[in-house]
Structures are given as structure tokens and as C-alpha cells.
Ligand binder design. Structure first.
Ligand code: SAH
Length: 380
């Protein structure tokens, strides 16, 4: 709006319903036009304002002059033989961010990024190695979902460029498990989530949108006041000493405080359970005694555990726990009454695994990453 530089158009994908209502009123139109616009944008996947034919001609002309549907630019796309796809999207001349689509029989999950790089420095994550570059805007976060729907539908029927019927939208689930710490970009992530959930937006059920956090405790309380989505928390260790090493934010917000915040979120938002992610690192956090300790922390609480086989990347000092060790760890949890799943690994022909997303445009064209494993986020 008035805060935009003169030459920059308003990105319609960056506006929640209430912001869009305010914007159309500012343009001299009526608030209900916002819902019409959202119908075109999200229900029909139309990105060309001039094609939004039930908007008055004058209003369309004004909108075309002032606003646009601005999408992240696709730098590269990689297709796995099992249908998984990864897109590299431009953040600026030297930096990129990534999104990954994981098709399954009963759903299509899009894993999106919230930041370019990450400041949290978890010791087992490739994204951490590049440091933090910047927050993604609301339009860039929402734009990933919009773009994936369009790209995937275009693959099915190349003639369609614009309108999508809702049944044709391939993305049924969204996980904020790509690059970045979503709660460190709270200001943009929360409005983006509103657009994902809005009946007039992507209209996704709150159980099909999962925010994963490394454990920013004050922001979890803040989130509980703002929005109801599925919460996943990167726990990765059953005690503070080890977690301090793996997830350094733990030094500021130790496990006890983190778990309290999680239970508060579930109470406040009437949620079912928190999913605790636990990366399986050979000889580091994968012993039966550690499984028992983990069970002790979570038993009796609304918790599920998702064990993630570690995905290696060049220069890492960690190795993936052997499959039998992961099974044993899971069995310890199950025998103590916990719900625990192992994140499925599939596809071996593109670099798209949890913790492997790295956005250096130049680097990526010059070197190949060692591992080629894809992990599938299994969320209801
Ligand atoms: N910053 C958020 C979002 C990232 S989500 C968070 O920490 O939750 C990605 C998930 O993959 C997190 O649970 C993260 O800890 C995990 N992960 C990171 N690096 C990994 C690796 N190399 N192998 C397997 N999982 C990894």
C-alpha cells in the first residue's frame, strides 16, 4: 500500500483476507471484491488479473496497474522417479530456497521454506551451514503453494495455464519443514498460514498444515494465541546436555520449558497431539537407554514421535543409525505406550532430504551433494 516503493506493485499473494479487503477499499472498491479476488487466486489458480472476468473492467484495469500476482522464479526443478519433485526458487542473484513435493496415494504433501538459510545452527543440518540470509515474505511463502499447484497441474494437462478446479489442486498437505525456522519469521509465517487455512484461500484443514519448530518457546506461546495448525517439534535428544549440542537453541529454552509450551499449545488450540521429530544419529542419540529416557519425558502426554533416519551431507560428522537400531529404539517407545513412526525414505535420484536443503545458487551448479536420499514427511 502506501508503504510500497513507487515502482513496486502490490503482491496479491501477500495479503490475508482482511488485508485484501482493506486494499480493495483503498482502491475505491467494496470489501466483497476481496473474496471474489481470492476465489480467482486460490480456488481457480488464476494469476492473470485481466482474466478475472467477473470483476468490473475499471477495477481490473486499476488492479493491473497497481497490483500483480508475483511468484518466486523457478531456477531449477528435479524429478524423482517416484514422483517426488524439488524446485529451487530464486531469492536473489546468489541465493535460492527450495520446496519439495511428495506425492502419496492419499495425499500430496508440499514441504515449503520459511527463510533463506537459517540462524539456528543445528549441528546435523545442512541448511545451518550456509547461515541466515533473510526471511521469506508472506507472498513468497504462499507463492510456493500456489506455484506447486500450478506446476503440478500443468504437468497433468499442459494446455491449462490458468484456472484450476479445486479438485485438481495437487497439494493437499503443507509442512513448514523446508529451509529456515518458521517461528523466527513469525510476522510473515502467521499471515501465510491464515491464507493456507482460509475458506476463501487454499482452504486446507488445520490438520493438514504442519509447522515444525526447533523450539522457540516464547513464539510457541504466541502462536497459541494466533492460530491452530498441527505442531511438530524438533526434539532430537532426551536430555539437555545432548540437546544443547545438537539444537543449540536449547541452551536458551531447555527441554522442560519446551514441553510445557507444547502442552499449552495443545490445550489452548484444542489440538490432538504434538509430533516430536527425532533424527536418528548413529551412536549419538539412538541407544535403548535414550529411548527409555525419551519415553519418560513424553509418556502420558499428547505426543507422537517421528523418527527421522539421518540424511548425510558433505562435511558432516554424523552417520545414520542402522535400520535395526532404529527399529529397536522404536520398539522401546512402543512398549512404553508411545506412538512412534519412522519417517519413510524413498527415491534416490534427487537431493531433497530433510536437512539437506541448501540454497547457494552458484555452489549447487558447481558441485553435487553426496547423498541422494529423500525422506518423506508422514503427517496426517
Ligand atoms: N527449523 C524447523 C524446520 C526444519 S524441519 C525445525 O527445526 O523444526 C526439518 C526437520 O528435519 C527438522 O526436524 C530437522 O531437525 C530435521 N533435520 C535437519 N537436518 C536433518 C538431517 N540431516 N537428516 C534428517 N533430518 C534432519
Amino acid at each position: 500500500m502506501s508503504s510500497l516503493p513507487n515502482n513496486e506493485r502490490m503482491n496479491l499473494l501477500g495479503l490475508t483476507r482482511s488485508a485484501l479487503e482493506a486494499y480493495v477499499v483503498e482502491l475505491g472498491s467494496r470489501p466483497f471484491r476481496a473474496r471474489q479476488l481470492m476465489h480467482w487466486l486460490y480456488k481457480r489458480g488464476e494469476g492473470r488479473i485481466e482474466q478475472m472476468t467477473d470483476l468490473a473492467k475499471d477495477f481490473r484495469a486499476l488492479l493491473t496497474e497497481r497490483a500483480e500476482v508475483r511468484l518466486p522464479e523457478i531456477i531449477a526443478v528435479q524429478h524423482s522417479s517416484d514422483g517426488t519433485r524439488k524446485w529451487k526458487l530464486r531469492a536473489d542473484a546468489a541465493q535460492a530456497f527450495e520446496m519439495v513435493f511428495i506425492p502419496e496415494d492419499d495425499r500430496g504433501t508440499l514441504c515449503i521454506s520459511s527463510q533463506v538459510g537459517c540462524a539456528l545452527d543445528c549441528s546435523f543440518c545442512a541448511t545451518a551451514q550456509q547461515g541466515f540470509n533473510r526471511n521469506l515474505t508472506i507472498g513468497e511463502i504462499v507463492g510456493q503453494v500456489w506455484l506447486a499447484n500450478r506446476e503440478l497441474a500443468a504437468g497433468e494437462a499442459p494446455v491449462r495455464l490458468g484456472a484450476l478446479a479445486s479438485a485438481e489442486r495437487p497439494v493437499s498437505n503443507v509442512v513448514l519443514m523446508g529451509m529456515g525456522e518458521p517461528l523466527a519469521n513469525f510476522r510473515n509465517v502467521v499471515p501465510a498460514l491464515r491464507i493456507l487455512l482460509d475458506d476463501f484461500g487454499f482452504d486446507l484443514s488445520r490438520r493438514r498444515v504442519t509447522l515444525s519448530t526447533s523450539g522457540l518457546v516464547p513464539q510457541i506461546y504466541h502462536l497459541a494465541e494466533e492460530i491452530n495448525v498441527a505442531l511438530a517439534v524438533s526434539l532430537h535428544a532426551p536430555d539437555d546436555e545432548l540437546r544443547n549440542e545438537l539444537v543449540p537453541i536449547n541452551r536458551k529454552h531447555p527441554i522442560r520449558e519446551l514441553l510445557e509450551a507444547c502442552w499449552h499449545y495443545i490445550d489452548e488450540q484444542n489440538g490432538r497431539s504434538v509430533t516430536f521429530e527425532y533424527v536418528m544419529l548413529d551412536g549419538v542419540n539412538d541407544s535403548p537407554a535414550q529411548a527409555r529416557r525419551l519415553a519418560g519425558l513424553l509418556a502420558g502426554h499428547p505426543a507422537k514421535i517421528n523418527l527421522i533416519p539421518f540424511n548425510p551431507f558433505p562435511g558432516t560428522r554424523y552417520r545414520r543409525s542402522p535400520a535395526a537400531v532404529i527399529q529397536r529404539f522404536r520398539d522401546e517407545l512402543l512398549s512404553r505406550g508411545l506412538v512412534a513412526t519412522v519417517r519413510r525414505t524413498r527415491g534416490e535420484d534427487i537431493d531433497a532430504a530433510c536437512g539437506q536443503l541448501a540454497g547457494k545458487v552458484l555452489d549447487r551448479t558447481l558441485r553435487r551433494l553426496g547423498s541422494k536420499i529423500i525422506s518423506v514427511a508422514v503427517q496426517p
